[in-house]
Design a protein around this ligand. Structure first.
Ligand code: ADP
Ligand code: ASP
Ligand code: MG
Length: 466
């Protein structure tokens, strides 16, 4: 398979060098990515470059279902063996066994309703410690030199936002030494890092092993980051709810970022951000394939590498959205600030906003959405400010869903969203709010209609498989 050449670097970097052709995939040359410290943003500041490596390296990430049992871990070891034999230095990033992190989170909550976030991280990071050790043992058992790495041992440095920490730097030296001097596969516990100043263990937020994997790939300048999961790629929509969903061969970074942000849980949003910034070709594929005969997956890559671009690439949905409507708010300057500044101060993200002027033209109704987790807090804040804001009543609904259509082709086509509004109306689906941007639009509807709406849009834009 031919891999697209990586885009040129935007920032200071060492000169490109050629690498030998890699086994099956044949990547003749590469552009090294940025040096450690080149960018100030968190999560973007990974890696020293080592352009002197004789062999290409590859990151392989395995999610919870892929390491759910010892048999599945042995199967993962066979996938790793295949790539080692193809001539790669391999860094593997593993999740906890499926269900394990949920169990650990529940234990923390059970131990105390209010708990120390640092201890929460100490508990929930343990799932990945187990699978990294087990996979190293399984690899050794089939004659592949391997060792486990915890986040702090590498180290993967993060900030101190316990429970959702961001990576601030990765020193790839120790991993590269393991490749170079001992010919060893590095089996890295995903989802975890260390806050250097306090020496405390941190975790990267749910689904964070994807981000660990892409960050390690950037840090060691891997040729590719392969994300092995329980589906064989990124689909036009969640294949669990739309059987007619199709696997996409390629998806642009920007589209994948929108799909992940708007609910497609196949990749953690931050992993896509990192892949886009560092131009890490990321390949989503199935760990359930025969390790000796792997099947194609989906390549997340630059838009320029996609030849046949559809107008709409995918449909996503998110139930993580709640609606608040303030009725009969005085229609005067400063009112939006009175409502939204206190919410922003409380770190509550407001997404869709619509304002409807009422018949008397002196008042207005304002509807907006907040994440479900912040719904009660947002209502409490606004109820406490009823007199200051001056509204007649507050109504809230959490049985809503945001359905979105994403595609870079929307940039050059008019009327794409209008077709959706018509199609949804024909199915009797009421739209509560709408937002649009350059490459996506979203509608807020009653959650009872989720599947019908997703299927309707999926067919409307010609995404159903034949
Ligand atoms: P892992 O445990 O390997 O990290 P996840 O459960 O996080 O796996 O992600 C894979 C799941 O993402 C799939 O089982 C699928 O139901 C869901 N998913 C949602 N949207 C999509 C999509 N557009 N394409 C593929 N999978 C999707
Ligand atoms: N085990 C963690 C979770 O379930 C991280 C991951 O799997 O990516 O969220
Ligand atoms: Mg995941």
């Amino acid at each position: 398979m031919e891999w697209p050449e990586k885009a040129p670097l935007l920032e200071k970097a060492p000169l490109p060098v050629d690498r030998p052709k890699a086994g099956r995939h044949g990547c003749a040359s590469f552009s090294p990515r940025m040096r450690f410290g080149a960018r100030p943003e968190l999560d973007h500041n990974v890696s020293p470059c080592r352009p002197d490596l004789p062999m290409p390296s590859l990151v392989m990430k395995f999610g919870g279902t892929s390491v759910a049992t010892l048999d599945r871990i042995r199967n993962v070891a066979q996938h790793v063996k295949r790539e080692v034999e193809a001539g790669y230095h391999v860094a593997v990033v593993v999740s906890a066994m499926s269900g394990k992190t949920n169990e650990l989170v529940a234990w923390c909550k059970d131990a105390s309703a209010i708990y120390d976030q640092r201890e929460y991280d100490a508990v929930v990071a343990s799932g990945e410690q187990v699978t990294s050790g087990l996979l190293a043992i399984a690899l050794q058992n089939i004659g592949i030199a391997a060792r486990s790495w915890q986040g702090w041992q590498i180290p993967i440095q993060t900030d101190d936002a316990h429970g959702s920490a961001r990576i601030v730097g990765i020193d790839g030296t120790a991993l590269l030494d393991g490749f170079h001097t001992r010919g060893e596969v590095a089996v890295i516990a995903g989802f975890q890092g260390i806050h250097s100043e306090t020496g405390r263990l941190t975790t990267l937020g749910r689904g964070g092993s994807d981000t660990s994997a892409v960050a390690v790939a950037a840090a060691i300048q891997a040729e590719r980051c392969d994300i092995y999961t329980d589906v064989d790629g990124v689909y036009t929509t969640d294949p669990r709810i739309v059987p007619k969903a199709r696997r996409l061969e390629k998806v642009a970074f920007e589209e994948m970022l929108e799909m992940a942000s708007l609910g497609a849980k196949v990749l953690q949003v931050r992993s896509v951000e990192l892949a886009m910034t560092h131009r890490v070709p990321t390949y989503v594929r199935s760990s359930f394939d025969d390790p000796k005969d792997p099947k194609p997956g989906t390549l997340i890559c630059g838009e320029e590498d996609i030849v046949e671009q559809q107008i709409i690439t995918g449909i996503a949905y998110s139930k993580d959205e709640a609606q608040i409507t303030l009725r009969r708010v005085a229609d005067k300057p400063g009112i939006a600030a009175a409502i939204f500044v206190p919410l922003a101060d409380a770190n509550i993200n407001v997404d869709m906003i619509i304002q409807v002027v009422s018949d008397d033209t002196t008042t207005t109704d304002i509807t907006f959405t907040v994440p479900t987790a912040d719904f009660e807090r947002a209502k409490t804040i606004l109820e406490g400010m009823k007199a200051e804001i001056g509204y007649a009543s507050l109504q809230g609904a959490s049985d809503v869903v945001k359905v979105s259509a994403i595609g870079v082709g929307m940039r050059s086509h008019a009327g794409v969203a209008a077709r959706a509004f018509k199609a949804l109306a024909e199915k009797g689906i009421n739209i509560r709010a709408i937002t649009t941007s350059e490459i996506k639009f979203s509608v807020l509807i009653d959650s009872a209609y989720t599947e019908l709406a997703v299927r309707t849009l999926h067919s409307l834009y010609g995404l159903d498989k034949a």
